[in-house]
Write a protein that binds this ligand. Structure first.
Ligand code: NAP
Length: 309
């Protein structure tokens, strides 16, 4: 097993930025990604708040540009699914679906995965009308009726994207106030194709061989109705992807990885960056900032290893 200087797990904005900074600092940098480099930005239609792109940029393009930049500085990106990250003496053992790797330091940038709402019909109709990715599946609903569940930035942003394709977009939210940014709220309220349903509890997703609608209950009146729809897009938040981290990694009750100010986790030599980390603001720009900080902290850590006997 060849010993690497730094292994980065996850090639989203945090992992790729860490890759840029680590490789550019001359560290031998290996990045593992189980799917396509870019991470969650790949399933974001448009990113309007990443500095330097005044007209916005497609998530897919931004992710691909970050990948190219990391590779230009010498980071190697491998398609392997990391199953376990653990301390092995003073080194870090990284087990993937393909084999084992040893590194002096690691950066966990595994991000997060969409949450499910857990109502009848959700699992049953995945791929038959239920989706967690408007950018991937939205084009299937051209001139059809779609429903978006959730009231955060993701739900509002993806509803706006869907309104460019579908005939009607229903947004169903459980409270009487939306959580998403005011700029997005203003945009959806101006869009004649978007219908807002506030204060509704989702009872089930209805269908036959594919989705036909969403059964909801008004929380104030108790009235139950079915909102007809061909597609249901669920955006009720994200859970951290921490399956590869054991109990020695301190996490919040929600499962986010706790880090020190230099982004080191409770395991010496393992750092965390991006959405997987416990923090205030989850944005592409903060993920990139984390990646830079974690890579430079690794650099300092490796220097300290050289100085200690
Ligand atoms: P989020 O902010 O956690 O919002 C999740 C939404 O789903 C909330 O409105 C929540 O309702 C609702 N919800 C949660 N569980 C539910 C359930 N079981 N049934 C029905 N509704 C449920 O998640 P997000 O919108 O995916 O955003 C995640 C992070 O990414 C945030 O930090 C966000 O700012 C960021 N983001 C930013 C942008 C942007 O800047 N343009 C775009 C996308 C995401 P309540 O409101 O009642 O809690």
């Amino acid at each position: 097993m060849q010993l690497k200087e730094v292994v980065i797990v996850g090639a989203g904005p945090a992992g790729l930025t860490a890759g840029i900074y680590a490789a550019r600092s001359g560290l031998e940098t290996l990045v593992f990604e189980k799917a396509l480099a870019g991470g969650l930005v790949n399933i974001t239609d448009r990113i309007d708040n990443f500095p330097g792109f005044p007209q916005g940029i497609s998530g897919m393009e931004l992710g691909d540009r970050m990948r190219q930049q990391a590779e230009r500085f010498g980071a190697t990106i491998l398609t392997e699914d990391v199953k376990k990250i653990a301390k092995n003496g003073r080194q870090i053992l990284i087990e993937t679906d393909r084999g084992k790797h040893l590194a002096l330091a690691a950066i966990v940038a595994t991000g997060s995965t969409p949450k499910k709402i857990g109502v009848p019909g959700e699992e049953e109709y995945i791929g038959k009308g239920v989706s967690y990715c408007a950018t991937c599946d939205g084009p299937l609903y051209k001139d059809k009726v779609t429903t978006v569940i959730g009231g955060g930035d993701s739900a509002l942003q993806e509803a706006i994207y869907l309104a460019g394709l579908a005939s009607t977009v229903h947004i169903i939210h459980r409270r009487d106030q939306l959580r998403g940014a005011k700029v997005l709220q203003d945009e959806i309220r101006r869009n004649p194709k978007i219908i807002l349903h506030l204060n509704k509890r989702i009872l089930s997703i209805e269908g036959e061989d594919k989705v036909t609608g969403v059964r909801v209950e008004d929380k104030a009146t108790g009235v139950v109705e079915t909102i007809s729809a061909d597609g249901v897009f669920i955006y009720v938040g994200y859970s951290p992807s921490v399956a590869c981290l054991g109990d020695e990694f301190e996490k919040t009750p929600e499962g986010f990885v706790v880090t020190k100010s230099n982004l080191e986790t409770s395991v010496e030599g393992v750092f965390a960056a991006g959405d997987v980390r416990a923090k205030e603001l989850r944005q592409v720009v903060t993920a990139a900032g984390d990646g830079a900080l974690a890579a430079m902290a690794v650099y300092t850590y490796l220097q300290s290893l050289q100085q200690s006997p």
